[in-house]
Design a binder for this molecule. Sequence first.
Ligand code: 26Q
Length: 816
Amino acid sequence: MSLNKEYIKKNFKQKLTSMFAEDINELNKYQYFEALSSVIKDYISKCVKNTNKYYLKSKQKQVYYFSMEFLIGRLLESNLINLGIRDICKDALSELGINLDEVLQAESDAGLGNGGLGRLAACFLDSMASIGIPGHGCGIRYKYGLFEQKIKNGYQVEVPDNWLKNGYVWETRKSEKSVIVKFGGDVQLINENGKLKAIHQNYEPILAVPYDIPVVGYKNNIVNNLRLWSAETIDKDFDFSSFSNGDYLKAVEYKYSVESITQVLYPDDSTEKGKLLRLKQEYFFVSAGLQSIIRRYEKMKLSLDSLDKYIAIHINDTHPSVAIAELMRILIDEKSMSWDEAWRITTNITAYTNHTILTEALEKWPVDMFKKLLPRIYMIIEEINRRFCAKVFDKFNGDLNKVNKMSIISNNNINMAYLSIVGSHSVNGVAKLHTRILKKQELKDFFEFYPDKFNNKTNGITHRRWLIQSNPKLTDLINELIGEKWIKHPLELKNLEGFSNDKSIQDKFQHVKYQNKINLSNFIKQKYNIDVDPDSIFDVQAKRLHAYKRQVLNILNILDLYNRLIENPNLDIIPRTFIFGAKASPGYFLAKQIIKLINSAADKINNDRSIKDKIKVVFLENYDVSLAQKLIPAADISEQISTASKEASGTGNMKFMMNGAITIATLDGANIEIKDAVGNDNIIIFGLTANEVIDLYKNKNYHSRDIFNSDQRVNKILTQLTNGFLGVSNYEFNSIYDNLLFNNDEYFVLKDFAPYVEAQNRINNLYRDKNKWNKMSILNIANSGVFSSDNTITKYANEIWHINKIDFNNKLLEEN
Ligand code: 26Q
């Protein structure tokens, strides 16, 4: 069956009728979206069936990517692109008088993630399917994703993200594949024929129901699976005795308490520790996922001894790390395997990625809480730790100090990063610098103990969503210049280099950027009634709000520039539009104040006629995947200004680069690798290096007040934060002020201020030379192919999972 225009038209019309029973003209865009998606999903379902049949028959090794977050965004357009039918659908709908682009906008984002870690999981799924790796996602079907952000009077206000309210066309509920997850209760060890056996009793059983979302590969007929689990009661929807006694509330209470497990995504809030519900979420999806993996494996009639030859499990940070103990439990308690054999298999199967070095973000669970919720799992972790500590003791000649430092359980806490390292065969960081810091500092003892486990896998992004989908004009231009081979082989983007000196081609790139800037300007005008000039430089910082990402540094430079313009309205600068997008965790007070600061500065600056629109500041609310797709193609400048050593990798940095923005960056995370790829001349680097930062912490010889006292500009701006200059109370920004001065500026904002201002001035001068700028932009695009997640995933597959790519098209042909 071929997906031609007639097929789409016919099925689309039929769907509209069967779904809505109304005339096509009576229906709205959302209904068109649902019907078209449903047609596409029907087609995809056939590919799902074929792919699974092939995987089962060929007994291909499968990898399961376990993650608390999958920030997948919208799916209709990416599915159309990957099926190769976007243009066909556009024509088909247009013949029915419907504009496909408007229909695509009707889909709401599946925002089941916070930021980088969740989006990385989504990019990895796309790459696995597209390059032919049998790899699937396993996670949670949150009823509410990350909150929707509104800005009221300059402050962030959080609104629940009820993304499922109209149903979700891409998912299929698989009730028959439900499993039971057990919480609480008590465990007795009994002696059965000389073997210890664990009996788990009085537990609370929760039903885990899977919902499957297809992951469509790029023009290869492969469709992998993202399985998200939802918590339900087993059979007592109501406590009927209460109900018949008239206590309706008590009757629904139980149902509510069970469903609360998958009710809402936790915001990335590293300071909130020991939340019981979060631990429930972690165990819930991990246990359900593992049970379904084992069940599928058993269908293949293979011995459990070779589980590690057919299965790989990847844990996305420590959030799913109870998987190690849960797999041990299943193998030992349910499959009667010996400890040693179960341990061999578990460690061979599991691999762990670390995404942070911020110590406050490392997950630890209080023993008492853990033991009560997961008594059997706790016993297993104790035993893992006992054996591990004995090995450490041996290896370091009885050095108890080392044993204490490395113990998985200490001070009544379970350290999940340590469990993850001990229980897996591979531990990777997400950029070269990050991995180096893990080895040399954060996890030094473990690196010494297990040098072969540690490795680097620099992050990547899918060029299908972040270039082909979000920047169609640039895609067309690239295709015109170098053909389409780069789409399957993104390193081929390199062939653009040859055009970088050609003025007429530079103009074409500039024109594409300009068009994208007009689109964004129109969006801003329509949504906020702010006029931004597409001829100004679009300078963008879009990412979660965190002190270490230093949105404050950006705003201090803006205020300084503003002060200079007030002093000299004729200052010769190229007009600039500073654009921000950032959500702050609801409990992160400082981050929320920074949002208010950006908005107060925007009010002041945008309404000051004296500076003649030379600078504008815009805060775009609710930065999510769909907004990123509009924003990134329009950026001239990409702000990647974290304190060196703090940003594990960054992936936004790669998205901007791929869309031709010039990066202003510290030598942090993957910025360093971006610099290596484009060369020093095509990126703007400033500020402290990671080593300098680490030394400053070590030597304790940084005093932010010295800078306040010596730099007039800093002095002036910080005074303006507290003297009503920004039209708010003198106390409004106390937290920011105190952080910079009284708490000694943990992230070296003031220390990097002067170098940052200087770097921004360099940009101003560079931009004046349009040829030079365009050349830089082209070279950034040309060298972005290495950051395609197709490359990243190829390395995971070869070096960690030991899974080969399959060529499904050929396999299908062979069979027919
Ligand atoms: C932990 C405990 C309780 C509640 C929430 C959390 C939590 C949730 C999300 C902790 C951390 C996160 C997310 C972290 C994250 O997104 N890290 C980013 O990962 C990217 C992909 O590797 C990197 O590029 C970024 O540098 C890193 O900050």
